[in-house]
Design a protein around this ligand. Sequence first.
Ligand code: GLU
Length: 617
Amino acid sequence: MRRFAPIPAVTAACATLGVALVAASVPAYPVQAYDRGPLAMAAAAQGASKVPVAEGYGGAVSTVDLDATRAGLGVLRKGGNAVDAAVAAAAALGVTEPFSAGVGGGGYFVYHDARTGKVHTIDGRETAPAAATEELFTDPGTGQPLPFEQARASGLSVGVPGTPATWQRALDEWGTWSLRSALKPAIRVAERGFVVDETFRSQITENSDIFDDFTSTRELFLPGGAPPAAGSVFKSPDLAGTYALLAREGVGALYEGELGADVARTVQSPPVAPDADRVVRPGGMTQADLASYDAPLRAPTRVEYRGLDVYGMAPSSSGGSTVGEALNILETQKLTPKDKAAALHTYLEASALSFADRNRYVGDPDQVDVPLDELLSQGFADERACRIDPDAVLPKPVAPGVPDGSYDGCGDHAPGGRGAPNEGLSTTHLTVSDRWGNVVSYTLTIEATGGSGIVVPDRGFLLNNELTDFNFTPSQGDAPDPNLPGPGKRPRSSMSPTIVLRDGQPFLALGSPGGATIITTVLQTLINRLELGMSLPKAVATPRASSRNTALQAEPAFLASPEGKALAAKGHRFTEAREIGAETALEFGRRGFVQAVAEPIRRGGGSAMVVVPAQGR
Ligand code: GLU
């Protein structure tokens, strides 16, 4: 454990930049030392190449990608705030991570406003078109649910994109830059090009069957019939044009203009290659669906966890409610680094219980009555917690509880429900802070890696397949399923952008991709950091396990660890997952100090930078 002592040279640099050095009370969780090893050059070499940990002052950016982190940091350096920088970084991710996020997708934006001390969120989730019904993914010929891949690579799966509306909304509400200015760095990356890395290339390779079946996608991502080589420069002139259009005309170009007309046309009539042999079903999205899109502000979820305030994303995401319920359950339990296996057993069981409740009760709050207050109440969590047996693994799937306000012990449970969610393993998360103490935790996606596989011709971006996050058939037995498709409905998400405050000040910000494992990745990282004595870099890097009630997975290194072996011996039946999540996170110390963290290994490693590096830490 190490307590931070301010470094005079850095303090002087911050003063030059007008960086506010905010005095804070002595932290209950001081920023902890981590094994710097090969990262020792991080501060000096910042910006030259990807490093997963950076420490210093004046604000920070952490994303999966060097160009995106640079884009955000450039905005901070020019005086933009965390919101401006988050939009710039997200737009750059649309260029360099086009298979995870972009104009054709959606996401959730969580923001801590230093001036008011409040946390706000934007729900930028895609919506189903007005023509959608509960049978959206039922084959009319057979009455059976469509195979997932057929549903995915179709116009049916495409929801009205929410990402441009989210950017505009965030800038309008809390930003200081125009969209035009915030898009500039991304336009530059798209025009000049970026160096293809192995992740980019492999994401094309694993999608090449689908990409090759759409003329526009084939042209962009399979030039000359093959994925671009790692190390080559990839330019996106069409996407640069799309961003330039949004910069010139605003997001109305999508929601009410020529770009929207192209999107609707592409969904209704996907550009299927003449030699394609797959069935590609058209979708029903119209320009009227685009015109009625809204990215509303929503009250964040909040739970208190051992004196900290943990803020997350309310429905339509299940992130905040499920992380929050699990934390409430875990708060009733003793977790100690002296017995990591016991702590992880409790984490897995709390997670399974919360997922049962998520699956039964959480859907689009504009169309489903979600008992959010009860799901996040300590009374409900106490009742759920008494299902956990420290000496045995609960038989799965566990049944959902009854969040009805009357909590009287362990006997009162609803009939079981099951349902394997279809979420993919795509998506990206970014975390940004600024010199004023504003913080953004933003997760964005196009659902599967590669989304629907359909690039809008001449526009340079992929359309999402977010609507496959709906359940294709009822999953809750005789009880209603809150996540069936419907007109104008938002599919339930697992995205969990999270901000933790301590004494009203930012302490942690984090999030991850990974479909339903997003929830467990955020939860496990919080437990690693808050309960198991790990520094934030260690908490992020450490091997992961994920219980979602109907699925239990672990990374190979977790399975090989003493805890993994002890948990397997106890009866946890893990299946192996090569990688779970790809997190980015921030931790705030005293006097404006910030530690920016990305993955050292997963997805090829991420990129963390700070405005004023703390030399020599
Ligand atoms: N569509 C997923 C969700 O909203 C995210 C996709 C992923 O990370 O795989 O939860």
